[in-house]
Design a protein around this ligand. Structure first.
Ligand code: CA
Length: 221
């Protein structure tokens, strides 16, 4: 999962980047509305986490601008303002969820996963594609109910594919969700990892298909 974090408090921003990345959530962090709008135009994000008190534009106004650009991207509002009126205003402006500061990291993580799951139309705490399942709580894959052992990079790529199953993801889109610094890994490395995953999944009833010009998608065979 790749999130856009819009937060002007640097201590909180730095901590969230580190803490969430430890849980496999890639964070693109910006500290103003201006940089947030630029980041939104530059690439897609799975969830937006938005602080309402920003230096250059009120978060509610930014939320309205975000909704003009992308009506569907799940957005969680993070704020010290936790009065009922603030919450109602945030929901009216297009927020999907709301978390008052201070908050527990575990709760933020759980809410991010729930938002992504709902955006994908899944009801259960488990994602699936044919015989392959991914349990969101334990963060484990299983094939026909048997645990599937994967290298960290295979795991990260397969998780992106199952979170977006049936939807082609380009090498770049996969990469953006697997590493925070794309300089660390080349898009061609994704090809190698996909090749290994294909071997793992051979003959199992689930496969990684190539869609020319679009990318890879996890499908039932
Ligand atoms: Ca703030």
């Amino acid at each position: 999962m790749r999130i856009l974090l819009v937060e002007d408090e640097h201590t909180l921003g730095t901590w969230l980047c580190k803490a969430l990345e430890r849980s496999g959530i890639i964070v693109e962090w910006v500290d103003s509305a201006r940089t947030a709008l630029a980041a939104l135009g530059a690439r897609a994000h799975d969830v937006i986490v938005l602080d309402l008190g920003l230096p250059d534009l009120d978060g509610q106004d930014l939320l309205a601008r975000i909704r003009e650009k992308d009506a569907l991207v799940p957005t969680l509002v993070l704020t010290a303002r936790d009065t009922l009126a603030d919450k109602v205003r945030a929901f009216h402006a297009g927020a999907d969820d709301f978390l008052a500061k201070p908050f527990e990291l575990q709760e933020l993580e759980a809410r991010l996963h729930a938002l992504l799951r709902r955006a994908r139309g899944a009801q259960a705490a488990r994602l699936g594609c044919g015989p392959l399942t991914y349990d969101l709580a334990s963060q484990r894959f299983a094939l026909n109910g048997e645990a599937l052992a994967l290298s960290p990079r295979e795991f990260a790529v397969l998780r992106v594919l199952i979170q977006h199953s049936g939807e082609p993801m380009s090498k770049q889109q996969i990469l953006e969700r697997v590493v925070s610094d794309e300089k660390d890994i080349q898009p061609d490395a994704v090809e190698v990892i996909v090749h290994r995953l294909r071997k793992r999944l051979e003959g199992t009833g689930v496969r990684v298909s190539t869609f020319r010009g679009l990318g890879y998608a996890l499908e039932t065979a």
